[in-house]
Design a protein around this ligand. Structure first.
Ligand code: TRP
Length: 362
């Protein structure tokens, strides 16, 4: 029934790995606009897969609150921004459902049910959570919602009976934990109520920020999908290359060189890039011609995205309609899954309705 389940070992984004019966679900926290790292890491595969099987993109606003409950206003403002990013890169709402997590109460109820299938010790061992706890400096003051967000993410994935999740490699532990929950639900039910899922990893390694550190909005080292040509030029000029490559005639290093990381990710002419690497390592190739090449590549990629984004941004009502319609459609899917999972827990529909047992009396 389900597509082949290699739960988390495949690293490719070739659409031929995908079956027409696959169901794709992936999501983004709306904490800022998306950047080229998101594009190389997962947006590009979502685009490549669009139309080949069912696909939903979830704007995970509730998950964005798990590490700072106070920024709801910021998060809410970024929900339509992320939707704009999706549409600008070519996500077509007629083929891909775009839904907002907080509009799908079934996901919250699934989360509550799944919390009974997971131990605190297991959550504390989740490598993604561990790394993020460290990054955010929570130490012992971890919000319970943050510790439990892998369970909420399992609800997101299973709420659509997703089989394929295009994500970055930092999310692999989430897929593993989701499949553990799936197996427990199926064991409770005595049948395959939910399918296991597998990750779809990008073939491009994680893209660094221009300074060589992890790309992040707060560090200002990521290239936004809506960057102007001037911004692109400035960021490319600031890119970390090889500090030991002071003169063009010196041999240079390719590993850890951010310009090559971006050329590898985006230059359509891979052969030319590997020749440039040979030249660079041998000596005789300066940073400037490389950076100019990269500027051209990125301008060609980003210009149509930026143009489309600013056209779409003028029609806010349209964006809101896309989100409303997508969330409604997703509500039907997740509601049906919730009914099955409630039944798996033995909370089935044969229970008397609320009115009969008098719970709604004022
Ligand atoms: N955790 C993901 C991130 O931080 C976002 C996300 C939320 C997600 N729900 C998801 C990803 C479901 C894949 C599937 O980027």
């Amino acid at each position: 029934m389900f597509a082949s389940t290699v739960p988390h070992s495949r690293a490719d984004e070739r659409p031929d790995r995908v079956d027409a019966t696959d169901v794709i679900l992936t999501g983004d926290r709306p904490t800022g606009s998306l950047h080229l790292g998101h594009y190389a890491g997962s947006l590009r595969s979502r685009l490549a897969l669009q139309g080949q099987c069912a696909q939903t993109l979830l704007i995970a606003d509730l998950q964005a609150l798990t590490d700072s409950a106070g920024r709801a206003k910021h998060v809410m403002q970024h929900v339509p921004e992320v939707a704009l990013d999706y549409l600008a890169v070519g996500i077509d709402p007629a083929q891909t459902t775009i839904a907002v997590q907080s509009r799908l109460p079934a996901l919250a109820e699934l989360t509550v049910l799944y919390l009974n299938l997971v131990t605190v010790a297991r959550l504390e061992r989740n490598p993604t959570v561990k790394a993020e706890v460290e990054l955010r400096g929570f130490e012992r003051d971890i919000p319970a919602g943050f510790l439990c967000y892998p369970v909420s993410q399992a609800a997101d994935i299973t709420g659509f009976r997703a089989t394929l999740v295009p994500v970055g490699d930092d999310q692999l532990p989430m897929i593993e934990q989701t499949n553990e929950i799936v197996r427990r639900v199926n064991r409770l039910a005595g049948s395959s109520v939910l399918p296991e899922c597998r990750a779809l990893l990008s073939s491009t390694p994680r893209l660094p920020g221009v300074d060589g550190r992890k790309a992040s909005k707060s560090l200002g080292n990521a290239i936004p999908l809506s960057a102007t040509n001037d911004e692109i030029r400035q960021l490319v000029r600031a890119m970390y290359t090889d500090p030991g490559h002071a003169r063009a005639s010196d041999p240079g290093r390719v590993e850890g060189n951010v310009v090559f990381a971006y050329l590898d990710a985006f230059d359509p002419d891979a052969e030319a890039v590997s020749e440039l690497k040979v030249q660079y390592q041998r000596g005789g190739l300066g940073d400037m011609p490389l950076k100019r090449r990269l500027e051209g590549v990125l301008e060609a990629l980003v210009t149509p995205i930026r143009t489309r984004r600013s056209e779409l941004a003028r029609d806010r009502a349209y964006i809101m309609d896309v989100l409303r319609a997508g969330s409604e459609r997703a509500g039907v899917t997740t509601g049906a899954v919730l009914r099955d999972v409630r039944a798996a827990f033995g909370l089935d529909a044969s229970h008397p309705p609320v009115r009969e047992i008098g719970l709604d009396a004022a």
